[in-house]
Ligand binder design. Structure first.
Ligand code: PEP
Ligand code: MG
Length: 569
């Protein structure tokens, strides 16, 4: 394709820009089964066995990829593969395959047709359901590759500076991309919440999805991928190329704290899972850490980390942030984050069972105590001034009172033993509807609240955050969730506590005005979105943002909220 600076528009998935050379990738290449043979000649039992073998193989591969993604990218992103495992065993697809096998089709045709039918149904449903068809296709392709003996393209081995151009990319494809090598990716399908987009944000890869006119881009075309503007520039001018190269991100990295245009301070912090991520978060200009998910210290091992190990990990992060605030969340396992060696009963509904503070201190006060000792000691170090500690999945005042008693008890024990300690700022995550309703009572007991909108949305909407079939309900822009957030912010401020947000919602630059208008004092997100959110904060007028929030809070439907926002969300 020729033309100087021809621009294609789509949806920016990552607020990053990259420059590189187009490499077209077709995940469906060579996966169309040849014409089926005469049904009389097909051995149904043998074909069923071939299907079962392919499915076992796919399950193993998915489980391995899940574990690798958890280690390399993060637990939330790894959970995407749970959706694939669900599709692999979906009863409707299974019935479809069985029906086609009974009609005398070979396994590859039965798979192709049964998945084709499910994909058509999801497409008809439209909206966020339609975004999930990429996942169904990826599962189908895994099975077909095995049945047709077609090797998968190795995306991790692309030449440096490649921009992957595809009709669509699934999370397994995206997880293979090496952020150090690829310059970005662009897809014709997908939206901001598609799995490829979520994965791109976590990996820090420039990406634009849902691009119109992508079929005209050819292998070897030079491209700018501007994930901030949602643009793909074909044959970019030298100036455009330079601009993307220079900044690397669509937004300037600001290392100083920012205020709104009329001077209100809003802290923009990063979510991290390991101490190693702290330096990268600092480079993106994060003012601090709004959520350190300490459960990662407990995963991928056979026994819990020692007090000293935990102390060192926290001190490393505190030192990287040099006195700026670092909010450490106490152990949040259970539910979607089981830790096998803790040997806890999953229960019939793990999301409503023993997780967060119900597990620690709840069932395992020993684990909680060890972690608190590490935290109170870390608070007394040179860099410890910035430490804040918050507790996950609190639903009652009694739970919080119990937790606070334990903090005092641990402090007393350290005191008696002559070990240096300090009680840091303490806070509560608002992740349950109950916590939102009693936010004022909770806030009176602590220094701050932090709204965990991933779980808050799940529980307010009764929509499992991992179940693709209810993905359109799992959106914090539903009025029920927005009003729960509003209630939380108001109650916290009335009680004299500050209030932040550390769910995915906080990192969407298109929602920054709304969140500032709701009164949040701090927003914490994947480090890669920090520059774009800081930039948006600087453009906000507080009065206008409050008026926008009022209109959004008065809206009766998610559609009406989107209309109020009117900014491409
Ligand atoms: C949340 O629930 O919004 C949150 C930040 O916690 P996690 O995603 O780790 O459950
Ligand atoms: Mg949570």
């Amino acid at each position: 394709m020729t033309g100087d600076g021809h621009t294609l528009r789509g949806v920016g998935a990552t607020p990053l820009a990259g420059v590189g050379t187009a490499v077209r990738y077709d995940p469906d290449a060579d996966l169309t089964p040849p014409d089926p043979p005469d049904p009389e000649t097909v051995d149904e039992a043998r074909e069923r066995e071939r299907f079962e073998t392919a499915r076992d193989h796919a399950r193993e591969a998915l489980e391995a990829q899940r574990a690798e993604t958890a280690a390399r990218v993060g637990e939330d992103e790894a959970a995407i593969f749970d959706a694939h495992l669900q599709f692999l065993d979906d009863p409707q697809v299974e019935d479809g395959v069985a029906g086609h096998l009974a009609d005398g089709l070979p396994a590859e045709h039965a798979v192709d047709r049964a998945f084709g039918e499910a994909i058509a149904q999801f497409e008809d449903a439209g909206g966020l359901m339609a975004e999930r068809t990429d996942d169904l296709r990826e599962v189908r392709n895994r099975l077909l590759r095995r049945l047709l003996d077609v090797a998968a393209v190795d995306l991790s081995a692309l030449p440096a500076g490649s921009v992957v151009v595809a009709e669509r990319l699934g999370p397994a494809d995206t997880a293979q991309l090496d952020p150090e090598r690829v310059a970005g990716f662009v897809t014709a399908t997908g939206g901001r919440t598609s799995h490829a987009a979520i994965m791109a944000r976590s990996l820090g890869i420039p990406a634009v999805v849902g691009v119109d006119g992508l079929e005209a881009v050819e292998d070897g075309d030079e491209l700018v991928v501007d994930g901030d503007a949602g643009e793909v520039v074909v044959d970019p001018s030298p100036e455009r190329r330079e601009r993307a190269r220079e900044t690397g991100t669509g937004a300037e990295v600001r290392h100083e704290p920012v205020t709104t245009a009329d001077g209100r301070a809003v802290e923009v912090a990063a979510n991290i899972g390991t101490a190693a991520e702290a330096a990268g978060a600092r480079e993106q200009g994060a003012d601090g850490v709004g959520l350190f998910r300490t459960e990662f210290l407990f995963l991928e091992r056979d026994s819990p980390p020692s007090e000293d190990e935990q102390y060192e990990a926290v001190v490393d992060v505190l030192e990287a942030f040099d006195g700026d605030r670092v909010v450490v969340r106490t152990l949040d396992v259970g539910g979607d984050k089981p830790v096998p060696y803790l040997d806890t009963e999953e229960g019939s509904n793990p999301f409503l069972g023993v997780r967060g503070v119900r597990l620690a201190p709840g069932e395992r006060p020993d684990l909680f105590e060890t972690q608190l000792r590490a935290l109170l000691r870390a608070a007394a170090t040179d860099a410890g001034d910035g430490l804040a500690v918050m507790f996950p999945l609190v639903a009652t005042v009694e739970e919080l009172d119990g937790v606070l008693d334990r903090v005092q008890a641990v402090a007393g024990a350290l005191d008696e033993a002559g070990i240096a300690y300090r009680i840091p700022e303490l806070g509560v995550m608002v992740e349950t509807p109950a916590a939102a309703f009693v936010a004022g009572d909770l806030a009176e007991r602590v220094d701050f609240l932090s709204t965990g909108t991933n779980d808050l949305t799940q529980y307010v909407m009764a929509a499992n955050r991992e179940d693709e079939r209810v993905a359109d309900l799992h959106d914090p822009l539903h009025p029920g969730v927005l009003r729960a957030i509003d209630r939380t912010v108001t109650a916290a401020h009335e009680a004299g506590a500050w209030v932040g947000m550390c769910g995915e919602m906080a990192g969407d630059p298109d929602l920054t005005g709304l969140l500032v208008g709701l009164g949040l004092d701090e927003l914490s997100m994947s480090a890669v979105t920090v520059p774009a959110v800081k930039e948006r904060v600087t453009g906000v007028d507080t009065d206008e943002a409050r008026a926008l929030a009022e209109r959004a809070l008065a809206a009766e439907t998610r559609e009406a909220v989107l209309e109020v926002l009117g900014n491409g969300r």
